[in-house]
Design a protein around this ligand. Sequence first.
Ligand SMILES: Nc1ncnc2c1ncn2[C@@H]1O[C@H](COP(=O)(O)OP(=O)(O)OP(=O)(O)O)[C@@H](O)[C@H]1O
Length: 293
Amino acid sequence: MTSSHRGSGPAVTVDGLRKSYGSFTAVDGIGFEIARGETFALLGPNGAGKSTTVEILEGYRERSGGEVSVLGADPRHATLEWKARIGIVLQQTGESGNVTVREQLTHFAGLYPHPRDVDEVIAAVGLEQKDKTRIKSLSGGQRRRVDVALGVIGRPELLFLDEPTTGFDPEARRQFWELIRTLSREGTTIVLTTHYLDEAAQLSDRAAVIAGGRLIDIGPVHELGSAEARVPLVRWRETESSAVREQRTLEPARFVAGLVAEHGEPAELEVIRPSLEDIYLELVGAAEAEAAA
Ligand SMILES: Nc1ncnc2c1ncn2[C@@H]1O[C@H](COP(=O)(O)OP(=O)(O)OP(=O)(O)O)[C@@H](O)[C@H]1O
């Protein structure tokens, strides 16, 4: 770890961020902080302003207003030293070079002061069998793994992942999650945008939900949404009538104990907590209804 680089204070601070394209406002005054070592998800429907926000943080896009600090610097004035501390997996890169996986990674490793071991990274993204294959001959999902490998080869302090697992098969996604957990344990700060809500729930400490360029909720992933939206549901099949019954309750254990006392063991019993996807859909639906009104 390159602890000499590490400063104090948040990894990312965003305040009143705005971005307009002509008369269209894509990001409309959003603010949040990301602590060092945190994994933070940016969620929101297509066109919400996630990529715009992330690209401003990466120094790839000019903002129209607001304050931004990333690893203690304004990305507008990015230096090479600052860039070396950041890893980026863009939404669409699709590396398609004529070089092999190993050659490409070795080349990029040489550009950083403290790179990861090339073999270790190839194994972490599951490309051991393809390391001598030219990138243009890989499948789409395999190329995406090369993108991820290139994002982490420089041992970044802060890693941006914009829809990193699009096109991954289920096994590759699980493998990728393990890689992210390892990076997180090593202290890497991670900013993740994804439409896979299970991925966000698995990996993130906190999440922000953006819709129409505005921040509609932010917090630990298990505390997003209204208290009412998070009430668990008990579902079971009634022995007498064979009907499926449901009850929402804040005390599922007590409720089930009552059921058992009265009717014996309930058939097909489930206690279901609303998933991040359920909560997210409610939040975005409410924001869209408000915007339409
Ligand atoms: N260069 C541009 N010129 C004009 N409008 C743009 C430009 N880039 C983005 N936009 C618009 O800004 C809005 C936000 O786009 P952005 O790419 O940030 O959304 P997103 O949340 O990342 O969406 P997705 O989930 O589809 O990736 C969209 O309405 C988009 O059409």
